[in-house]
Design a protein around this ligand. Structure first.
Ligand code: SF4
Ligand code: SF4
Ligand code: FES
Length: 565
């Protein structure tokens, strides 16, 4: 009887919403106050000014009132199916706006109901709390007591709301629906029994990636999210469904049982796997990266990221990583390397020096390379070291750029006109260039055979890189580079947005930051110079380059700023 009552509450809510929207659309209001952009509603007894067209949930959030919700996600269409956001509402009669608002007999869902002038919203009375408790009880009917072993524990809305709105015991004595645990993609597993059928994952795969691998099958209390036969959730945006699942139903196979989330340290960062510059959060435990999640930035990636960026960090822990400086491919300590650097630069000077610089270099590194080239070492020509640009991968509401260089814009702005890669190759082959500095750091990059072959005849080859390669075998001096997660700096994305990333983990080898090595090189050539931090170098860049003016390293914050064009 009790559940029949709850079911009726669900259904009556739906009917009431439809009725409410049909009877009280905003454009029915004729007086001037109703036509203005801001309107006044009463939220838990207080008058507040809200945007016309906002939903109750959005308006309440703007005033710090969090209405519990599961199926609502700001990046997806509104489904209104979990009913967790039910609130009590009083409405004005549009034909008699002077009369007091009248409390509606049934609650409204806050995620879909838009505010209207004079509306009163109650999110916290005993009556509203009782509704939220009833919904929680309903959602927990089939849910297993899995928290101790569930990957989502600690960041699970079901767990949080259960604590806030739930009851301490279940009254359900009937048999629970139990679903199989299965892999639904190379990176994703589905714990069907934990699913509350909020349909966020289904909507994401329909609306954002447009791939539609998951659907809701069956009906009524048998409804279940599942994969279509002979399909896998393996599209390049698939990992986002794990992030947006509000419970532990869709979990990352990669992160599964790797860490309890409350022990993780979070660092804001920027993905460096392409020119989009998605805002990300690096989650680490004991100094080791455990996972990467997207961070909201409406000007860049909204709420999402792609799987190339999500799993790209694995190469940081590759066995091929360079862990110390090398002299003629033999490991040496840093003191010896710097001593060698002095001799090497002296030998190189005046004999035709070129540089190949990757667009994975940060703005601060590029600024120092420019100083080294123009003022101290006299590098005659600089060319970009690039990964081939492919076609963009276009999804209905997300594009993965084919240009994989994270800082092409910064490279062009800071280094100005450069020569082409082929020109450098010609100069090496004609022996006009006798020394070469390669500033690499491109993840998973393979140098072209022609470069390796030509480099064998160079008088001096100084290499900066992340991984061992054919070039480390022949370089006179090699410096190990740091990954994006092991240092701080800034990039300019393809749309001209300067974005800062912070060091998330310490490198697990004795490392020196590239900006310090470059400053050492400048010091060797032009005498003493104070060693500057990334922030101080950016300050100089902002003073000297008009595109960066008025941008301050600190004020970039966690959302970045556009350059001046
Ligand atoms: S799997 Fe997660 S996101 Fe998908 S419907 Fe179930 S609870 Fe919602
Ligand atoms: S779209 Fe580009 S920047 Fe964004 S996550 Fe993917 S690789 Fe990284
Ligand atoms: S959040 Fe409103 S019905 Fe689910």
């Amino acid at each position: 009887m009790f559940y029949v009552g709850l079911y009726r509450l669900f259904c009556s809510g739906i009917v009431e919403i439809r009725k409410g929207q049909r009877n009280y659309p905003d454009n029915n209001y004729k007086s001037e106050v109703y036509m203005s952009k801001k309107i006044v509603i009463k939220l838990n007894g207080k008058d507040v000014e809200v945007e016309k067209g906002q939903t109750i949930l959005q308006a309440a959030k703007a005033y710090g009132v969090d209405i519990p919700h599961y199926c609502y996600h700001p990046g997806l269409s509104i489904a209104g199916n979990c009913r967790m956001c039910l609130v009590n509402v009083a409405l004005k009669n549009p034909r008699n706006p002077e009369a007091p608002a009248k409390w509606m007999p049934k609650p409204f869902i806050a995620c879909q109901t838009t505010v209207s002038p004079g509306m009163e919203v109650d999110t916290e009375s005993e009556k509203t709390k009782a509704i939220q408790q009833a919904i929680m009880e309903f959602l927990l009917i089939n849910h297993p007591l899995d928290c101790p072993e569930c990957d989502q524990a600690g960041e699970c809305r079901l767990q949080d709301y259960s604590y806030e709105y739930g009851q301490d015991r279940s009254r359900f004595i009937e048999e629970k629906n139990v679903r199989r645990i299965k892999n639904v993609g190379p990176h994703i597993a589905l714990w069907g029994t934990r699913c509350i059928v909020c349909s966020r994952c289904v909507r994401f795969l329909q609306e954002i990636s447009g791939t539609g691998e998951l659907s809701v099958f069956e009906r009524g209390d048998r409804s279940v999210v599942d994969i279509h036969p002979r399909r896998e959730v393996d599209n390049p945006l698939a990992g986002n469904v794990v992030d947006l699942c509000p419970v532990g139903a869709l979990v990352s196979r990669d992160f599964l049982y790797k860490a309890r989330v409350w022990f993780l340290e979070h660092t804001n960062s920027i993905c460096n796997r392409c020119s989009k510059g998605c805002n990300i959060r690096v989650d680490s435990l004991d100094g080791n990266i455990k996972r990467i999640k997207p961070r909201m930035n409406m000007a860049v990636n909204e709420y999402w990221m792609c799987d190339y960026g999500r799993f790209g960090w694995k190469s940081i822990y590759s066995d091929d990583r360079l862990l110390s400086p090398l002299r003629q491919s033999a490991p040496v300590d840093w003191k010896t390397a710097y001593h060698e650097l002095k001799d090497t630069l002296t030998k190189a000077k005046g004999g035709g020096i070129g540089a190949l610089v990757s667009m994975y270099a940060t703005n601060e590194e590029l600024y120092l390379i420019n100083q080294l080239a123009k003022k101290s070492l006299g590098i005659e020509m600089i060319a970009p070291l690039e990964v081939e640009v492919k076609n963009d991968e276009v999804f209905p509401k997300f594009t993965i750029p084919g240009d994989k260089q994270p800082n092409r814009k910064g490279f062009d702005l800071i280094l100005g006109e450069t020569v082409s890669y082929d020109q450098i190759m010609d100069e090496i082959e004609s022996k006009s260039l006798k020394s070469l500095i390669v500033f690499g750091g491109i993840p998973d990059y393979q140098y072209k055979f022609e470069l390796v072959e030509a480099a064998e005849d160079l008088k001096i080859l100084i290499l900066f890189d992340l991984m061992k390669s054919d070039l480390t075998r022949i370089a006179h001096l090699t410096f190990p580079m740091l990954s994006f997660a092991e240092k701080s700096g800034t990039y300019v994305n393809a749309d001209g947005r300067v974005q800062r990333f912070d060091k998330a983990v310490e490198p697990n080898f004795p490392a020196h930051e590239e900006i310090n090595i470059l400053q050492k090189m400048i010091k060797i050539q032009s005498g003493s110079q104070k060693t500057l931090t990334p922030g101080a170098i950016f300050g100089r860049l902002a003073r000297e380059h008009s595109s960066f003016k008025r941008i301050n390293y600190k004020s970039l914050g966690d959302q970045g700023q556009n350059i001046v064009l």
